[in-house]
Design a protein around this ligand. Structure first.
Ligand code: WT7
Length: 692
């Protein structure tokens, strides 16, 4: 239509405004862009007209302001929230340059506020107490529930009061090991209300992984439920907690309280093993407490939560986020990246056990007074149409998910999608790994009926919120590109030496200057924080990701450059899987690499050397896989075990993963130089065993 063409033209004709900040030159959209070969997908003029940010020019103005005057920019956004006391007077003080001393990031220092108050009370006081905060959809279709903002606040207050009653106070850690029941966000908010620090552990993690996390943060209480049903299977979560707590007690950490929610639809309480004095049924005690609870005012820089994530060594890192900056950042990114309107119904398929569920199931949406769908089940149960059934049922308008789910639904066929109306959908989102253009197009055209823009949001547990993301009404999109930085974020691409490279280029993705949602430390290990993130390229935050920037300034994330792999959007260090494998009595050595996987993005490929004299067997293969499942969790189970008489090592003993990656992906003509290996013949042996 001519309307559409005019819109395209106006997008292509941008005032350059170049020169002021060199970084901004990268986002000047050239005239040549508005052509087909550039593979651009434009938001419809109707969408842009109503969008919060409706043109590249408007985006540029806001972005420039955020870079030139971060204090003014962020304090204006912060003023929509309630602060018991204002920050004084500096908005941000930071040192991210290791050469100048200890890395330290502070936003809104000196101000006092409360996350829970801003997410709940503030919305109720504004007259939105009757608005639905959470629609809950159970594993079985037809099993559901809902809570308004006022009701959610009452539930949260009761739990806060109970936690206070048993002695949980400001600064105390609480571990939460729950599936996607409403009680999970309730527990997070209840901790936030009293200044306790929650540490949610994804309920797919094993007893050992849970124990490791409990040992690290020594919580006053663990909150869990008896069981959960995922698809047709029931999983006894309480038993996993029991064995984790037993392990921890052996290491001298005993937890005095295990508050257990009876998830009745999954299992009756009678069959649950019980330790009197330590275990308490949630339903028996929490409802007895008052539904009003005074707020604990905390400093903007007081910790809000810990969340463990994988790095390139075996030990998970406790990423620590604080209150004020994280609050302002998650709220703002949610609003702009999804073009949020108060009438939206929002559904993010992530579990609260990951950062996405912290920032974009719980805090970001609730701070905006949004209505959120929380789904307990599996997206392919009872069949692959479940997501669209839920979308139609609740009239979901913003749907945020991971590429792995998109790919697996794409494989199941369009009929599961087209059977449902989906006409409520307005904006789609993707997170966790790069989304390949084919999956992007299917998501856009089939799920979104070619009507909904896709926000491909690049960020990390460490960043707290979106870093590189489309603003859906502002820019034309390129399938597979996360596009441009969010307000206040200055991404740079550096070469191996840490020199910034300009224009069209590829290299390591770093960030210059802090942003309000940045993590402040690794719990108990500030040195590792500096070494991992700030020392590789002094002066910058190093993301661990590779990235290229095209001639139009669009960013294309190319995956991790460290020993971290990304399975269905879940991060796991190769070292963690290796250490699980070598704990098996018959495994002498293991090396794990990621390989391309059609649905999961990356699959886990493990080279395993057995103890002298132990023969290869199918049974042993299964038992190795089981060891990893038990020690880390099902998602980390290797897809392939490759028997290895020896591993390719340098003379100094370092495993050459580059070669293993090539063998794993059968790129045998690209093995490269193997002459530096201590024993080059191992490569041929490995190739010979490829199909065993
Ligand atoms: C890593 C962070 C952030 C929530 C989920 C994962 C990869 C994440 C994208 C994206 C390309 C992405 C990166 C990043 N990643 N989103 N949109 N495009 N890659 O959080 O477990 O901390 O993992 O996930 O490699 O470093 P996480």
């Amino acid at each position: 239509t001519s309307d559409h063409l005019r819109h395209v033209e106006s997008m292509a004709r941008l005032p350059s405004g170049a020169g002021k900040i060199s970084h901004l030159n990268a986002i000047v959209l050239g005239e040549s862009l508005a052509s087909e070969e550039n593979d651009l997908v434009f938001p419809s003029p109707e969408f842009s007209a109503k969008a919060l940010v409706s043109s590249p020019e408007q985006h540029r103005q806001m972005y420039e302001r955020s870079i030139e005057d971060p204090a003014g920019f962020w304090s204006e956004l912060a003023s929509q929230f309630y602060w018991k006391e204002k920050w004084d007077p500096e908005v941000c003080s930071e040192n991210i340059d290791v050469r100048k001393g200890t890395v330290k990031i502070e936003w809104f220092k000196g101000a006092t506020t409360n996350m829970c108050y801003n997410a709940l009370d503030r919305n109720v006081e504004a007259g939105n107490g009757g608005k639905v905060a959470i629609y809950w959809e159970g594993n079985e279709p037809g099993q559901d529930g809902q809570l308004t903002y006022a009701e959610l606040l009452e539930k949260v207050c009761q739990l806060s009061n109970y936690l206070k009653h048993v002695g949980v106070g400001k600064g105390d850690a609480v571990v939460i090991y729950l599936p996607m029941l409403m009680e999970l966000p309730i527990a997070m908010l209840a901790c936030a209300r009293i200044g306790a620090v929650h540490s949610v552990v994804f309920a797919g993690f094993s007893a050992e992984s849970l124990a490791q996390r409990i040992l690290d943060c020594k919580p006053k209480a663990v909150i869990t439920c008896n069981a959960v049903r995922r698809g047709p299977k029931a999983i006894h979560l309480k038993e996993i907690v029991d064995s984790a707590l037993t392990e921890c007690a052996k290491d001298g950490v005993s937890v005095g309280l295990c508050l257990t929610y009876e998830n009745e639809s999954a299992m009756k309480r009678e069959v649950t093993k019980w330790q009197e004095g330590r275990d308490v049924w949630w339903q028996d005690i929490v409802p007895k407490f008052s539904s009003k609870c005074a707020v604990e005012w905390v400093d903007a820089e007081d910790p809000l939560f810990l969340l463990y994530t994988s790095g390139s060594t075996g030990k998970p890192k406790g990423v620590l986020h604080t209150t004020g900056g994280y609050m302002v950042y998650t709220a703002t990114t949610f609003k702009y990246a999804f073009d949020y309107k108060p009438s939206d119904i929002y559904w993010c398929t992530a579990d609260c056990g990951w950062i996405t569920g912290h920032s974009y199931v719980t805090y970001g949406p609730l701070l905006n007074g949004a209505t959120v769908v929380v789904f307990e089940g599996a997206p392919s149960y009872p069949d692959s149409g479940r997501c669209w059934d839920i979308v139609d049922k609740y009239k979901v308008s913003i749907f945020y998910t991971a590429p792995t789910l998109v790919r697996s639904l794409m494989r199941d066929g369009d009929e599961y999608v087209t059977r449902y109306s989906r006409k409520s959908l307005r904006v789609l989102g993707s997170v966790g790994e790069p989304i390949n253009p084919t999956a992007w197009r299917w998501f856009c055209n089939v799920v979104g009926d070619s009507r909904c823009p896709i926000s491909d949001t690049w960020w990390q547990t460490e960043t707290g919120g979106f870093m590189i993301t489309p603003l859906p009404g502002a820019w034309p999109q390129k399938p597979g590109s996360a596009t441009f930085p969010f307000f206040g974020v200055q991404p740079v691409i550096v070469d191996e030496k840490g020199n910034e490279i300009e224009g069209e280029c590829s290299g390591y993705l770093c960030i210059k200057k802090s942003w309000p949602g940045a993590f402040r430390t690794l719990y108990g290990d500030h040195e590792r924080y500096e070494t991992t993130y700030f020392k590789p390229f002094p002066g910058y935050y190093f993301t661990g990701d590779g990235c290229s920037r095209d001639k139009d300034g669009y960013h294309w994330l190319t995956g991790r450059v460290d020993d971290v792999i990304n399975i269905s959007g879940h991060r796991i260090g190769t070292a963690e899987i290796e250490s699980a494998l070598v704990s098996h009595p018959q495994c002498a050595e293991a090396a794990v690499v990621g390989v391309e996987h059609e649905v999961k993005g990356q699959g886990i490929y493990a080279f395993v050397t057995l103890v002298e004299g132990v023969p290869y067997s199918e049974e042993l293969r299964k038992s190795l896989v089981l060891t990893v499942r038990n020690q880390i969790g099902a998602f980390a189970a290797p897809d392939k075990i490759h028997w290895a008489p020896g591993l390719p090592k340098t003379r100094s003993g370092k495993i050459m993963r580059r070669i293993l990656r090539k063998i794993a992906s059968r790129q045998l003509d690209e093995l490269g130089d193997t002459s530096t290996l201590a024993d080059p013949s191992v490569v041929d042996q490995l190739i010979a065993l490829s199909d065993c």
